[in-house]
Ligand binder design. Structure first.
Ligand code: XUL
Ligand code: CO
Length: 437
């Protein structure tokens, strides 16, 4: 049965195409810097927005038209939804998908029933993966929606809630392994605080670290080889989330001896909520060898929350691809569209338009970034800008051969530093604009 009867497989038709249901830039087999676009971009559809978001907001209920939904949260509906999801992904040509446990299967009356529900749906997910060749980029556990997580999960003041969350992650790791998931994500949905008057911050941070250590132990025990990823976000739902931004997560991982077991899943709208650009967050993670995967979306300049819009801005995708190409790719991570159609875009076909736009924007960003790299217009400038470090005193400092006394002596003899040179920001911005076509 076809749930999207009006849509055929989306094809690459080239930049001149006027067909809105075609790719103008994403050409999966096209080779860029020695790899196909498919291999570079590793796109994933996310189940929570694409299959579960009905467009509700604080001022009104969901109004999305999803003809396949029967209004229940039953296991039967969950199984039917899997068929819909795979038809959608097959027609779109998405090689991967991502889910939270609770997106794919409903919660039961207790943990045992909940796990049994999940098992039933996982069987169908596996069947559809085998039928289509679509793979799981990552699984994750929803540790924030159920009211039991009102005070957080691993950072809850209630130890039983920590235990429940551990059991939930244990099951989700098993399922992710069963489905061949390439990564596993931890996003601390309510791991943070609303007010320090009622919060033992140190204890909560220790508990969060304990939770991650337990996950690492269990990962080893079951032989799950996927990459563990932490997804930073500064706020929402709590006022202050502990995984605030890339820098905070890197410091946390180092403080608690976890850094060798994790990388980061960096999300655009979370970066901007933290007061950073996405490029900053990617570059910071990459500089530490910890950039694992990305949640591709964008925020709105005029709205102060996580709007999770589809990325369509070529400047943004070019910046992302410059960092990603710069570190030789994201695999086993990928580009997950943690993005939702606007409430006003309520028809099923809008799901196609949204993903096509995001995939094309990243494909174009990839081609632009590759040209910028081939011409070395930025890298040559940067190499040149730091040339004082390649020889002489700069080289001696980098090699740890001089201390404060030698540096004082050097400057006493020299008198004053060599003259500074312009950073040429505007010239470089103009050069980048030359490539944006
Ligand atoms: C929430 C968010 C999550 C994570 C997965 O802002 O980004 O959907 O990506 O839990
Ligand atoms: Co996300």
């Amino acid at each position: 049965m076809a749930f999207f009867p009006e849509v055929d497989k989306i094809k690459y038709e080239g930049p001149e195409s006027k067909n809105p249901l075609s790719f103008r830039h994403y050409n999966p087999d096209e080779v860029v810097e020695g790899k196909t676009m498919r291999e570079h971009l590793r796109f994933a559809v996310c189940y929570w927005h694409t299959m579960r978001n009905m467009g509700g907001d604080p001022f009104g209920p969901g109004c999305a038209i999803r003809p396949w939904e029967d209004g229940t949260d039953s296991v039967d509906m969950a199984i039917k939804r899997v068929r819909v999801a795979f038809e959608f992904m097959e027609k779109l040509g998405s090689p991967f998908y991502c889910f939270h446990d609770r997106d794919v299967a409903p919660e039961g009356a207790n943990l045992k029933e909940t796990n049994a529900n999940l098992d039933k749906v996982v069987k169908v997910l596996k069947e559809e993966q085998q039928r289509t060749g679509i793979r799981l980029l990552w699984g994750t556990a929803n540790l924030f929606s159920n009211p039991r997580y009102v005070h957080g999960a691993a950072t809850s003041c209630n130890a039983d809630v920590f235990a429940y969350a551990a059991a939930q992650v244990k099951k989700c790791l098993e399922v992710t392994k069963e489905l061949g998931g390439q990564n596993y994500v931890f996003w601390g949905g309510r791991e943070g605080y609303m007010n320090l008057f009622n919060t033992d911050m140190k204890r909560e941070l220790d508990h969060l670290a304990r939770f991650f250590h337990l996950a690492v132990e269990y990962k080893k025990k079951i032989g799950f080889e996927g990459q563990f990823l932490i997804e930073p976000k500064p706020k929402e739902p709590t006022k202050h989330q502990y995984d605030y931004d890339v820098a905070a997560v890197v410091a946390f991982l180092r403080s608690y001896d976890l850094v060798e077991h994790f990388k980061l899943n960096v999300e655009t709208n979370h970066a901007t909520l933290a007061g950073h650009t996405m490029m900053h967050e990617l570059a910071y993670a990459s500089a530490h060898g910890l950039l694992g995967s990305i949640d591709a979306n964008r925020g709105d300049l005029l709205l102060g929350w996580d709007t999770d819009q589809f990325p369509t801005d070529l400047y943004l995708t070019t910046e992302c691809m410059l960092v990603i190409l710069g570190q030789g790719g994201l695999a086993p991570g990928g580009i997950n569209f943690d993005a939702k159609v606007r409430r006003e875009s309520f028809e099923p076909i809008d799901l196609f338009h949204a993903h096509i736009g995001g995939m094309d924007a990243f494909a174009q960003g990839l081609k632009i970034a590759a040209k910028i790299r081939a011409d070395k217009v930025l890298s040559d400038f940067v190499t040149q800008r730091y040339r004082s470090w390649d020889t002489g005193i700069g080289q001696q400092i980098e090699q740890g051969k001089v201390g404060f006394e030698e540096l004082e002596q050097y400057m006493l003899e020299k008198g004053n530093p060599d003259a500074n040179v312009s950073g040429r920001q505007e010239m470089l911005e103009n050069i980048v604009n030359r490539y944006l076509r």
